[in-house]
Design a binder for this molecule. Structure first.
Ligand code: LLP
Length: 421
């Protein structure tokens, strides 16, 4: 349930007509609804009410300071995967001791920064990383709180690029090897064992892979306990999937129930790292039609709608073949036609949708690319030297530009031409 709705054939975000914002801010821009963000965070978090838990929002899905700050004020922590995300989370006011650090490639510098900040836990993904974390901790005269990300070898049944919990994926440590790493960590001075984690993939539309992974983790915790190693945090990774088209993902409450049932009386604080389920349907990308054209000469005429958003703004359709619903900001009642909605970038792979039925649009019309709140702006680039879009947040009948559109100076920031000779 989100707060992007039509009134008199005009798309509104909460109480603000989307076209008013486009007029003031220009296009393309990402538009988020604060009421939707709040509702989704609470819907997820409240499912775990009554159990000790911490919802650490996955910063990679949507990292604007205003949005991180909103979740922080609701008691959320952060799941980070880089020094940059640590910087964002801290700047947004998220307490360091609610920050979890995941990822297979943490550098020394990043580890140092996280240790100095005092984060809750590093999720360690390899034996070499354990050695590095312990070395940096000793150098700083600190003790690093750690858990290991175990790879439970569970098929999450999602797109192969975002499936992470299979033995063949680069993530985590196989359960078999993890025991040995916990033993090693127990005997180290620079680290203290806090937890165990896993993350099997993103955009999951079924509950059973989560339950299967949890079952394997529970068995593993029992084996740890048999060795006298106690963990107090159990991190289950990302959240459930969302509806882009006609997927029917589990409701977050059903997910929470299934986890509760499987957990039984395990005495651990749960950590959840949802991203998409909270922000995905709380944001849209608004774009303006620049041209329409028909290419004839093939076996059939091809209708193109060329918009001012491109694969550098929203890369999901190009990268994963992902589906995003696209709808006119003003409904005109025009007859539908089948079109490719494409951007200005010089690649055939630059499309928002292909062979899509859309009411006939004209130059200057606005389109809303739905479900763009997660992995939208955060995956944007400057390809084709395009400035990155603005981000706007609506609160009731007001809106705030929470990130201004980049300008040309931003494009060349840090570049220099060496003197000739
Ligand atoms: N925790 C870890 C360790 C992760 O790697 C991820 C996502 C999450 C949590 C959040 O998962 P979520 O709740 O959002 O499913 N760019 C892709 C998605 C990549 C997901 C990467 N990891 C896309 O646009 O679909």
């Amino acid at each position: 349930m989100h707060f992007f709705q039509y009134k008199d054939n005009e798309l509104y975000c909460e109480q603000v007509p989307v076209s008013d914002i486009a007029r003031d801010v220009g296009t393309p821009f990402f538009l988020y609804s604060e009421a939707t963000l709040t509702r989704h965070f609470q819907a997820f978090d409240s499912g775990f009410a009554g159990m000790p838990h911490l919802t650490c929002f996955a910063v990679k899905s949507c990292s604007n300071l205003a949005i991180l700050n909103l979740f922080g004020r609701m008691g959320g922590g952060a799941d980070i995967v880089s020094g940059g995300e640590l910087f964002r989370a801290l700047n947004a006011g998220i307490p360091a001791d609610s920050i979890i650090y995941s990822g297979v490639g943490k550098t020394e510098k990043e580890i140092r920064e996280a240790l100095e900040a005092g984060i809750l836990m590093f999720n360690i993904e390899s034996p070499q990383e354990l050695d590095r974390v312990q070395r940096v901790a000793l150098e700083l005269d600190a003790v690093a709180p750690i858990g290991f990300r175990v790879n439970p070898d569970v098929d999450p049944k999602t797109h192969s690029y975002i499936s992470t919990g299979l033995a063949k994926n680069k993530f985590g440590i196989p359960v078999e090897d993890a025991l040995q790493e916990y033993r090693r960590a127990r005997d180290m001075k620079g680290v203290v064992i806090r937890g165990v984690s896993c993350h099997i993939g993103s955009q999951l539309t079924r509950i059973d892979p989560f339950v299967e992974a949890l079952r394997k983790l529970k068995d593993f915790i029992t084996r740890l306990e048999a060795e006298g190693i106690r963990v107090s945090y159990l991190d289950l990774g990302g959240g459930v999937g969302i509806t882009y088209d006609n997927e029917q993902p589990p409701h977050p409450h059903d997910y929470a129930m299934a986890i509760k049932d499987e957990l039984g009386d395990l005495d651990c604080t749960l950590i959840l790292e949802p991203g998409r389920v909270i922000v995905g349907n709380a944001g849209i990308l608004v774009t303006e039609v620049q041209y329409t054209k028909v290419n004839t000469g093939g076996s059939e005429d091809k209708h193109f709608v060329i918009v001012d958003a491109a694969m550098n703004d929203l890369t999901r359709p190009s990268l994963y073949g992902a589906y995003h619903d696209i709808t006119p900001v003003r409904k005109t009642g025009a007859a539908e036609e089948t079109v490719d909605i494409v951007g200005p970038i010089c690649e055939t792979g630059d499309f928002m949708a292909r062979d899509r039925k859309l009411p006939k649009v004209e130059q200057g019309d606005l389109l809303a690319i739905m479900s763009s709140g997660a992995y939208g702006f955060t995956m944007a680039s400057n390809y084709n030297s395009r400035t990155r879009a603005a981000e706007v947040l609506v609160r009731g009948d007001r809106y705030f530009v929470i990130r201004s559109r980049e300008d040309y100076q931003d494009l060349v920031k840090g570049e220099t031409i060496p003197e000739v000779g």
